[in-house]
Design a protein around this ligand. Structure first.
Ligand code: MRU
Length: 356
């Protein structure tokens, strides 16, 4: 069975960006048709669409929505609208580099074609946004093919948050090797960390693995040590929102703890990282901006107050895992082993135009 489509464009320039409203899962599978850039900004900010590659695609579609009504004979106003839309969408969430990667890609498309009319540029932007969906599918499937041999028949792997189909256009980064192993007939079982405070592991990863028929067990985040100590985990695989040039990477809060545990218990720890999530401009993970979210996500998660009123809350949405905890990085271009600095540099030297 094929994972569901997380986001796609329906129709022509007057069409809609259709996305699964992930805040409603697992209770309800409802699609949201987004028709304007403000609604797209809100959808990204509120995690209706989430996960680094998916918000990149959403931002690209948001750029189309922002400029499609620009007057065809007012080029300056159109160019200004492109710039404004990029800055606006980039402000929705700071950590995942895919967001600004996608808006930059749309901006550079416009800059590269001074010969085209405003109307032609709008269509080119739409084609580019649609192409990102196809590319994302190809990238995730390549990660899946490369990562699948790491999984042995009968293995249990642990994952944190949701780096699955719901975090991309369809296949997921961390889940792609799992889906491929499952399709190849290997018996693979997944431990999904619940992932406090917003429960992406319990609500989303468990949901999508169940849809495809992969056996999954949800554990609360503080149970990861126990399942590893009990020898129940043969591998860990996570995604990333932004990886620095040395292999340090940001991912959902709690990933660092899982990585430290994996090292302690001798469990290989893999990061599935499309090259669009690797920010070669950052030397190390220290420079990755970390999103801090509303305290109520911790104190009143899912409608019930669990912290006394007046108590301070700290709610960073991501943490940074130093590269020394990483066994290997699975990109669509190959598996990178330590030393990551050299491996990633070599990868990007073969890919000169991949970062707009
Ligand atoms: O806050 P979220 O739900 O957008 O966080 C998502 C994650 O941390 C994912 O693990 C990450 O984006 C990798 S996506 C393939």
């Amino acid at each position: 069975m094929i994972p569901v489509k997380t986001i796609e464009w329906i129709g022509g320039l007057d069409g809609v960006a259709r996305l699964i409203d992930q805040t409603l899962l697992p209770g309800e599978l409802r699609y949201l048709d987004v028709r304007d850039v403000e609604t797209m900004w809100e959808a990204i900010r509120m995690l209706r669409v989430r996960g680094a590659p998916a918000i990149g695609i959403a931002a690209a579609m948001g750029m189309v929505l922002a400029v499609r009504d620009c007057a065809p004979d007012r080029r300056d106003a159109f160019l200004a609208a492109v710039e404004r839309a990029a800055a606006y969408l980039n402000s929705a969430r700071p950590t995942a580099v895919n967001l600004s990667w996608a808006t930059r890609r749309m901006q550079s498309l416009v800059i590269r074609h001074p010969d085209l009319s405003v109307e032609a540029l709008k269509w080119r932007m739409l084609d580019e946004a649609k192409a990102m969906v196809d590319e994302d599918n190809a990238v995730c499937q390549a990660i899946g093919r490369l990562g699948e041999p790491l999984i042995r028949d009968g293995d249990s792997w642990l994952t944190h948050c949701n780096a699955g189909g719901l975090a991309t256009a369809q296949w997921g980064t961390a889940t792609a090797p799992i889906y491929m192993a499952h399709a190849a007939g290997k018996r693979i079982h997944v431990f999904a960390d619940e992932t406090r405070p917003l429960l992406q592991g319990a609500r989303l990863t468990a949901w999508e693995l169940q849809q495809v028929g992969v056996p999954v067990t949800v554990i609360t985040d503080n149970m990861a040590a126990t399942v590893m100590a009990q020898g129940k985990v043969q591998g860990v695989i996570v995604g990333t929102d932004r990886m620095a040039a040395n292999g340090d990477f940001a991912n959902k809060i709690g990933t660092l703890g899982v990585a430290v545990l994996a090292k302690e218990f001798g469990v290989p720890f893999y990061v599935a990282a499309p090259t669009s999530s690797i920010d070669m401009r950052l030397a190390s993970g220290e420079a990755i901006p970390i999103e801090e979210r509303r305290p109520e996500e911790v104190s009143e998660g899912f409608g019930r107050r669990t912290v006394p009123p007046g108590v301070r809350i700290y709610n960073p949405a991501f943490d940074v895992t130093p590269h020394r905890y990483v066994t290997a990085i699975i990109t669509e271009r190959g598996i990178v082993h330590p030393p990551f600095h050299e491996g990633l540099r070599a990868l990007f030297e073969r890919l000169p135009s991949s970062q707009p």
